[in-house]
Ligand binder design. Structure first.
Ligand SMILES: [Fe+2]
Length: 158
């Protein structure tokens, strides 16, 4: 017999969603911390432009980290908050001492690719569970991030 959580979702499906959202959270945590590094360490003639752009990006990632964690709680599960679990779950690696703009932007594009792909996988799960809350969160993230991918790609002349 199916059991339901506090918001009326199938317990098992909510558990699968929470697990995948924790994987997304780990990737956001690495993406966030990497972007702090780009903001701090960037050098060169695009310094002022990129230093500000990366600040805008990490502020956005900071908000999303909180939203994803609180969605996991809303589903009745616990968000991971320790770096050791993030390191186990993340596909985005640590980027260390990146000082060149094009390298930072290429890393950011790679991180977006990983994040957007995970969010699309989450859309399949949330749709199957009838979880409109997670569904709309993911689809809002995806459409805005796809536009960011276009702009960061244009910066690289691609
Ligand atoms: Fe700063």
């Amino acid at each position: 017999m199916t059991s339901y959580n506090a918001i009326g979702l199938d317990q098992q499906k909510a558990g699968e969603l929470a697990q995948k959202l924790n994987k997304l959270l780990a990737n956001y945590a690495l993406f966030y911390q990497n972007t702090r590094g780009y903001h701090w360490n960037i050098k060169g003639d695009k310094f002022f432009e990129l230093h500000l752009k990366f600040e805008e990006l990490y502020n956005d990632l900071f908000l999303k980290i909180d939203e994803v964690a609180e969605r996991i709680l809303t589903l009745g599960h616990s968000p991971n908050h320790n770096f050791s679990s993030y390191m186990k779950e993340t596909e985005i690696g640590e980027s260390i001492q990146v000082t060149e703009g094009p390298k930072a932007v290429a890393d950011i594009l790679n991180a977006f690719k990983i994040i957007i792909k995970l969010q699309r996988e989450l859309l399949l799960l949330s749709e199957a569970a009838g979880d409109e809350g997670t569904n709309s969160l993911m689809s809002n993230y995806i459409s805005a991030q796809e536009k960011s991918v276009w702009m960061y790609s244009a910066f690289l002349g691609k």
